[in-house]
Design a protein around this ligand. Structure first.
Ligand SMILES: Nc1nc2c(c(=O)[nH]1)N[C@H]1C(S)=C(S)[C@@H](COP(=O)(O)O)O[C@H]1N2
Ligand SMILES: [Mo]
Length: 552
């Protein structure tokens, strides 16, 4: 399928520089190599000195035999959604191809990066400049800077993945089937090690028939995938949401901080991929026919090829779906945007969007680095204003209000100032903590007195969006009235620098960064976002299919 990118789209999505590199911090690489060598070396030492450890034949009984229908079904449903989640996750990751353990995402401190680029210090290098290309066969939808659509796939698949997992776990404990997966005694550990020594020294251990028992290492692994990887994926994912992070500070702290949660989320994905490769490898090597009959038909036949055929069809379906998803992403992106708004947008609107952000960061938490984003305005008007330090700047506030006003910076200063230290969450994945000082939107709203019909506030920028046209975004009146919603002229106790949005930039906490318009020119109160721009609630929503509500 040809995508016929316009030159502007090609520059964003299919740039000339499509190199992929994997940069792991040397000390982490050495650490990983040491762990690997120690474990495998110990296995070899044991084998060479004492011989292969003895494998006990399983003695437990009373387990449920075979693979009931719900196990087989949820296994394949899980496979399907896992693939979708991993592929879309990789596309999201490529939009900020660096992983850190610090909140400020200082370039150079990443423990893992997927870009050859060293962030230049002598010129403006925005987070959008930093996004990387990912092959659309690997990522969904792939290419470069497709985070809006990638998130739709990710978040549409997640509820199904979680629901399927919950149903599986409930049914697991509904009868004796859990005994097949949950280890009953610590005795399993030495036996799992015995199996590991076999594999690590290239000996095939005697494999029990999985229809009746798993081998101890296999059992432990399945247990960990279900009861460790999945919950950690869910919790670390939730910890990245600005609305959740702002209210439940302890959640990202489980992982050190918000970037720790992001790193762990990645490590879970990597573990899933490693599991998938080893799992499929062992399924093939330990009797493909029989194993496939177990997991598709629920029979223990050694001869029938039907299981393989069904399994291959499911894999084929997953591949076909990937082709369909590619088509949908590029030909019907609004459909995806709409589906996400219907499924998750509504869910957020009535749950986490209602949370009140709490200000819990202190001056010491301010990060030494803060990625910039967006295009500095190029209009003559803004340049002229900026050259004279915005002396002649007048913020126009109008629309459905009783008292439309035009306010100079002096007028705004006189309205009162509030400070807040908050974490900024960019949709691309990076974060930063800064102090913002400015007039609370609440104050401004009291001055202009919106009509009862005004539910939405539009913030227009002097600057343009990625593909040209005025940058703007909209917020519900409710969110503008929340604590921390400011029109800021101060950043980290200094006048707001041009790069970060002078003369005024918006702060509305609980939302992602793209909702925080920089270089604000005017404000308008309207009945609905659908009458502004292309009608999707903001420049990025119009042009890049981002979400109207950005709580996650
Ligand atoms: N006018 C304008 N405002 C904008 C943007 C932009 O492109 N143009 N980018 C948004 C995005 S995606 C982010 S993450 C933040 C970045 O703010 P910062 O540069 O202070 O980090 O600004 C937001 N406001
Ligand atoms: Mo952003």
């Amino acid at each position: 399928m040809s995508l016929n990118f316009t030159p502007a789209e090609k520059a964003v999505h299919y740039p000339d520089d499509r190199r992929f590199v994997l940069g792991l911090k040397p000390d982490i690489l050495i650490g990983l190599a040491l762990v690997f060598l120690t474990v495998v070396g110990t296995s070899w030492a044991q084998f060479l000195i004492f011989g292969l450890p003895e494998i006990q034949s399983p003695t437990e009984s009373g387990e449920s035999v075979g693979f009931p229908q719900w196990v087989r079904l949820s296994h394949w449903v899980n496979f399907f959604f896992l693939i979708t989640i991993i592929r879309s996750g990789l596309s999201i990751l490529a939009d900020h191809p660096r992983l850190y353990w610090n909140n400020g995402c200082t370039p150079g401190t990443e423990w893992l990066r997927f870009t050859p680029v060293k962030v230049p210090k002598d010129r403006l290098w925005t987070a959008k400049d930093d996004a990387r290309y990912i092959n659309p066969i690997v990522g969904l939808p792939g290419y470069r800077h497709t985070v809006g659509l990638a998130r739709h796939w990710h978040f549409i698949a997640v509820p199904f993945f979680v629901l399927n997992g919950l149903i599986f776990v409930v049914l697991l404990f509904n009868d004796d089937h859990w005994k097949k997966i949950v280890p009953a005694t610590f005795q399993i550990l030495p036996q799992a090690w015995a199996y590991f020594v076999h594999y690590a020294t290239f000996h095939f251990p005697p494999e029990p028939n999985g229809f009746y028992h798993y081998n101890p290492l296999q059992q432990l692994t399945y247990f960990a995938v279900i009861f460790v990887l999945a919950p950690v994926a869910i919790v670390s994912g939730m910890a990245m949401s600005p609305a959740i992070e702002n209210r439940f500070h302890w959640l990202p702290k489980i992982f050190g901080n918000r970037q720790g949660a992001r790193s762990v989320h990645f490590l879970v994905m990597a573990s899933y991929v490693i599991f998938l490769v080893v799992h499929v490898g062992l399924v093939i090597m330990t009797g493909l026919k029989r194993n496939m009959n177990h997991i598709t038909l629920g029979t223990d036949s050694e001869t029938s090829s039907l299981g393989i055929m069904i399994g291959a069809s499911i894999v084929g379906f997953t591949i076909l779906f990937a082709v369909f998803a590619h088509w949908l992403s590029w030909k019907k992106p609004r459909l995806l945007q709409g589906a996400e708004a219907t499924i998750n947008g509504n869910l957020w609107k009535f749950s986490i969007d209602r949370l009140q952000p709490k200000a819990y960061y202190k001056k010491e938490d301010i990060t030494p680095f803060f990625w910039p984003n967006g295009k500095i305005p190029e209009s003559r008007m803004w340049r002229k204003l900026s050259e004279t330090n915005f002396r002649d700047f007048k913020l126009k506030v109008n629309g459905l209000v009783d008292n439309p006003v035009e306010l100079s910076l002096e007028d705004l200063f006189a309205l009162g100032k509030e400070e807040s230290i908050t974490m900024h969450h960019c949709i691309q994945g990076w974060s930063g903590i800064a102090e913002w000082g400015g007039v609370p939107l609440k104050q401004l709203i009291e001055v202009v007195r919106p009509h009862p019909t005004a539910t939405t506030v539009v913030f227009y920028s002097f600057g343009e969006g990625l593909y040209g046209g005025v940058y703007y975004d909209t917020h519900s009146l409710d969110n503008c009235l929340k604590p921390g919603s400011l029109l800021a002229w101060e950043m980290n106790y200094q006048p707001l620098p041009v790069t970060y949005g002078a003369p005024l930039r918006l702060r509305v906490e609980n939302q992602l960064g793209y909702k925080m318009v920089k270089w604000v020119e005017r404000i308008e109160f309207v009945e609905s976002h659908s009458t502004v721009g292309k009608g999707f609630g903001g420049k990025n929503q119009d042009d890049e299919y981002f979400d109207l509500l950005a709580n996650t």
